[in-house]
Design a binder for this molecule. Structure first.
Ligand SMILES: Nc1ncnc2c1ncn2[C@@H]1O[C@H](COP(=O)(O)OP(=O)(O)OP(=O)(O)O)[C@@H](O)[C@H]1O
Ligand SMILES: [Mg+2]
Length: 468
């Protein structure tokens, strides 16, 4: 048997013994060091498949050890152990390239799961890094938009389980409120499947009108209906060999549900107006934020389709039920969004942190990201205060964006500040008004109206100047 080697570094002798004995009993070859310097020395001379290290140690810290290990062998996964309540250290370590962290106290089963996970993510392939063609972007180790940040034990278990089911072709049904990360998980499943090099194609069943959805999914032959001037491939065929994401499956009407069921059962599609059925090999992942069981009772969703899709059920809890993720995600988004603009990473004041922790997050992770993104813009570097967060209160009332901050800046009117904020946001979003409106928490119409106002003003000024 090919025994994988693990280096354990911890200054606590009893911890070393426990960890060594346990991992040894699980079939790993284990070496243990009592400090970072010795650990790095050992790592230098022997080959290891993974490193598990304590963070807080006298002499060389776990962070320095981590850097040393990554300098020598960037692909050997490192798991750091941190004390309860030191999430920041864990986040720092992840940024420095640690693959995962475990919060003390932890169970041996959890340790084993994490070690297994990081080992499984290692070569062959080292996909994570090679996927990006041009090397890491600015800021390095955070893989843009793809990383799933969580410290929630249930979610971590879920990701772990998903790794093994990813490899099968089994259909997955992901249920969760809006913004909880359903698409992110779907992509994660695809990335960990043996279809990763094949297409990942999405169809949003809610966004496409019913009468067009069928041809969108199954394609059509030339002349299949008025306007079908050419033959068109459906998403099923495009996804062939890969994964098809059926987003918001609850919005599909009953007749189409019946057709979908047939396609899943027969593994072939009928193009609209077409002759022979076309064989397709597609892995289906469906998502919904509706309660499908209820839809079945209401007779708007087919139960046979439900069971076909729900082979691997995945439920993502809303953010408010995993509040421990709020600080982790906040930090991640702070880092992500401060890389634009000044590049300096702002930090959350204690008050701002507790507001974030206490918020109900009806829009879940997406809402949190927008709030942080906006706060980074509003605070102008340095400290993020409660007024930069513009959280909706219990009645759904939005606090005025940074009213306090605006009032504080002497010599500028509220209007000027607002104008410059809108322009700055638009500039950063390449003129995309929808994105800007999301960030600023106003409607697209408001932005449009404001821009018209500014335009009229400028024209007015120009005319005055011309007349004078
Ligand atoms: N655990 C996470 N770590 C990092 N980013 C996350 C996480 N969960 C969600 N996000 C981010 O939040 C945003 C919303 O996620 P996603 O689009 O996957 O949600 P969704 O459940 O599909 O939402 P909807 O129901 O509205 O379609 C994305 O930008 C995603 O990258
Ligand atoms: Mg989605």
């Amino acid at each position: 048997m090919n025994r994988q080697a693990i280096l354990i570094v911890d200054d606590d002798p009893s911890m070393r013994t426990v960890l060594s004995d346990f991992l040894g009993s699980r079939g790993y070859r284990v070496r243990a060091s009592g400090n970072g310097t010795d650990g790095l020395e050992t790592f230098h001379h022997e080959a290891f498949d993974a490193v598990v290290t304590d963070m807080k140690m006298p002499g060389m810290s776990g962070m320095d050890l981590l850097r040393g290990v990554k300098d020598i062998s960037p692909h050997v996964p490192v798991v750091v152990m941190t004390a309860y309540g030191t999430v920041n250290t864990a986040v720092e370590a992840m940024k420095e390239g640690a693959e995962d962290f475990i919060m003390k106290p932890f169970s041996m089963d959890h340790l084993e799961a994490v070690v297994k996970k990081v080992l499984a993510a290692k070569p062959p392939g080292e996909r994570g890094d090679q996927e990006r063609p041009a090397g890491p972007g600015p800021g390095g180790s955070l893989s843009e938009g793809k990383k799933i940040v969580t410290g929630d034990p249930a979610t971590m278990n879920l990701l772990e389980t998903l790794k093994s089911v990813s490899r099968s072709r089994a259909s997955v049904l992901i249920q969760g409120e809006s913004g909880t990360g359903k698409e992110l998980i779907a992509r994660h499943i695809h990335r960990h499947s043996d279809r990763a090099h094949m297409p990942f194609i999405g169809v949003n069943c809610a966004a496409i009108p019913h009468n067009l959805l069928e041809s969108e999914m199954f394609g059509h032959e030339r002349g299949a209906f008025t306007g079908a001037a050419r033959r068109r491939l459906g998403k099923f065929e495009m996804a062939s060999g890969g994964t098809l994401l059926l987003d918001e499956i609850s919005e599909m009407d009953m007749p189409l549900q019946a057709k979908l069921l047939r396609v899943i059962q027969e593994s072939e599609v009928d193009r609209l107006g077409g002759g022979e059925p076309v064989p397709v090999d597609v892995r289906i992942i469906a998502t919904t934020n509706a309660d499908l069981k209820k839809r079945i009772e209401e007779k708007t969703f087919r139960s046979d389709l439900y069971y076909r899709l729900n082979v691997v059920p995945v439920k993502i809890p809303p953010l408010r039920e995993r509040a421990g993720d709020i600080p982790l995600l906040s930090d991640y988004f702070l880092e992500k969004h401060s890389r634009f603009g000044t590049g300096e990473k702002p930090f959350l004041s204690n008050e701002a942190s507790s507001l974030l922790n206490g918020h109900r997050w009806p829009g879940n992770v997406r809402e949190l990201e927008h709030v942080i993104e906006r706060a980074v813009l509003l605070c102008g570097g340095g400290e993020i205060l409660p007024e930069h967060l513009c959280l909706e209160d219990e009645d759904g009332e939005k606090t005025q964006p940074a009213a306090v901050d605006l009032a504080r800046s002497q010599g500028t009117t509220l209007r000027d500040m607002e104008k410059s904020l809108i322009f700055r946001t638009l500039e950063r979003e390449n003129g995309n008004r929808t994105r800007a409106s999301e960030i600023l928490g106003v409607s697209v119409r408001t932005i449009r109206n404001k821009l018209n106002e500014y335009k009229n003003e400028t024209e007015g000024e120009r005319q005055e100047a011309g007349a004078g």
